[in-house]
Write a protein that binds this ligand. Structure first.
Ligand SMILES: N[C@@H](CCC(=O)N[C@@H](CS)C(=O)NCC(=O)O)C(=O)O
Length: 219
């Protein structure tokens, strides 16, 4: 937390639910910057549908949405870059041109390929569906596994010998992947696959131990 806490009126508001991968990415960015925020509950999966009025904040009905003073924003990649640039605290985007390009590349891979395969294809089917008393869709899991493997292989290659995914310091790339991997490793297939990628498994041990991960853990 910052030494000089923000006044309640300056405190950013994040609209969404703590269980959401993308809400967590935003909250991780705020936690890593040491910025206090308010989480305003929005349940887009409610039986009655997206709460009335929420589409004014996020017309696609997704979470999160974000507010800082009189400024509102949606789309996680835009929100976390804003957070990084609007607040003091450790920079979350590499200054070096090529490392910054890597960071952006990893964000895109996480958005386009990892979220669907690691979280929906594997975690939701293997862990959440059975917890709800429903059978896992084995065909969906089997179909997601090759893409999950491609994601882990690509992340491991891009990371190379770095301590963090896009270089020597923590970046938005780490926050994106961590929010997804935290679900993925709850499935036995996820745990086993991550263990095959030694560098990434070591990265995950470092990442999982960060206070920001504990501070944003869903109940
Ligand atoms: N492109 C959006 C994606 C956000 C997103 O997909 N959020 C999920 C929760 S993790 C959601 O709202 N899902 C609701 C739905 O699919 O209807 C962003 O980057 O913010």
């Amino acid at each position: 937390m910052t030494a000089d806490p923000l006044a309640a009126s300056d405190r950013p508001r994040v609209f969404g639910a703590a269980y959401s991968v993308y809400v967590r990415i935003v909250r991780l960015a705020l936690a890593e910057k040491g910025v206090e925020h308010e989480l305003v509950p929005v349940d887009v999966f409610a039986a009655e549908g997206v709460p009335p009025g929420y589409l004014d904040r996020q017309p696609f009905g997704r979470i999160p949405a974000f507010e800082h003073g009189d400024f509102t924003l949606y789309e996680t990649a835009a929100i976390v870059r804003y957070i990084d640039e609007a607040f003091d605290g450790p920079p979350l985007q590499p200054v070096d041109l090529r490392q910054r390009a890597r960071c952006n590349q990893i964000l895109s891979i996480a958005d386009a390929y990892a979220y669907r395969s690691l979280v929906w294809g594997i975690y939701v089917e293997r862990v959440e569906r059975p917890a709800e008393g429903r059978a896992a869709d084995e065909a969906r899991i089997a179909a997601a596994l090759p893409c999950a493997r491609t994601c882990l292989a690509a992340m491991s290659d891009l990371m190379g010998g770095n301590v963090w995914l896009a270089g020597a310091t923590l970046s938005l790339a780490d926050l994106y992947l961590a929010a997804m991997v935290d679900y993925f490793v709850q499935a036995p297939e996820g745990r086993a696959m991550l263990a095959e990628y030694g560098r990434l498994a070591a990265w995950w041990s470092r990442m999982a131990a960060r206070p920001s991960m504990a501070a944003t853990r869903p109940d």
